[in-house]
Design a protein around this ligand. Structure first.
Ligand code: ADP
Ligand code: MG
Length: 212
């Protein structure tokens, strides 16, 4: 049996304290099944329906791997749309509230370049964004992933539906091999296994069936 109490996880004390102050008492099913594996550093493919708490599952993995005193991009979270990237960034900031001086930056398409370039010059620990714009910043050398420790694909099914396959392949050229990769999706069309085979290394697959 999987314990659903956050306290049973080997999370940083600041994260545990914050979860409790946020009123997150019990892990959701996908969290209880994926977090213990994510926290071992393994690559994970996780499938669960919308609204099941997937964001906190990967965000806690990202925050656990983060060294805030090292001001370099350590995590990249790829999302299909700007709206979703904004939601994810909000949840990451909420979960990181007790980690001081953490910088989470969103980089999405459809937003003027100038301010994004300025923000990148200031630096960030965690980048959340859409694949096309991330690829653009990488190809111009404005975003450097040399110290990336965690790469997340959120809503991977939708990213593929939206035609981000080529941008994702290009981004992979810049990501260090020595990293943890987490892939989250609500559905699992055949295309996902193909991308998973390319981006993840010996992943554990977790699927939470919808309850009726
Ligand atoms: P998904 O990405 O699976 O669609 P979200 O990550 O957006 O789902 O989570 C849905 C909602 O549940 C969010 O408002 C989030 O803050 C909340 N939530 C996530 N995990 C927990 C938890 N363990 N306890 C209470 N609320 C949670
Ligand atoms: Mg989600």
């Amino acid at each position: 049996m999987t314990s659903s109490d956050f306290e049973s996880l080997n999370l940083k004390p600041a994260l545990l304290a914050n979860l409790s102050s946020l009123g997150y008492q019990q892990q959701t099913a996908i969290q209880a099944q994926s977090l213990p594996i994510i926290l071992t550093g393994k690559d994970v493919i996780a499938q669960a329906k919308t609204g099941s708490g997937k964001t906190a599952a990967f965000a806690l993995g990202v925050l656990q791997n983060l060294n805030v005193s090292r001001f370099r991009v350590q995590s990249l979270i790829l999302c299909p749309t700007r709206e979703l990237a904004d939601q994810v960034a909000k949840e990451v900031r909420k979960l990181a509230r007790q980690i001081h001086n953490i910088k989470v930056l969103t980089l999405c398409g459809g937003v003027p370049m100038g301010p994004q370039i300025g923000s990148l010059e200031h630096g960030a620990h965690i980048i959340v964004g859409t694949p096309g714009r991330i690829e653009d910043h990488l190809s111009k050398g404005r975003l450097v992933l040399d110290e990336l420790n965690t790469l997340v694909f959120d809503e991977a099914d939708r990213m593929l539906e939206m035609g981000f396959q080529t941008a994702i392949d290009a981004i992979m050229e810049y990501a260090p091999n020595d990293r943890q990769t987490l892939l989250f999706s609500a559905t699992f069309p055949p295309q996902i296994s193909k991308i998973a085979a390319r981006v993840l290394s010996e992943p554990e697959t977790i699927k939470v069936e919808a309850t009726h």
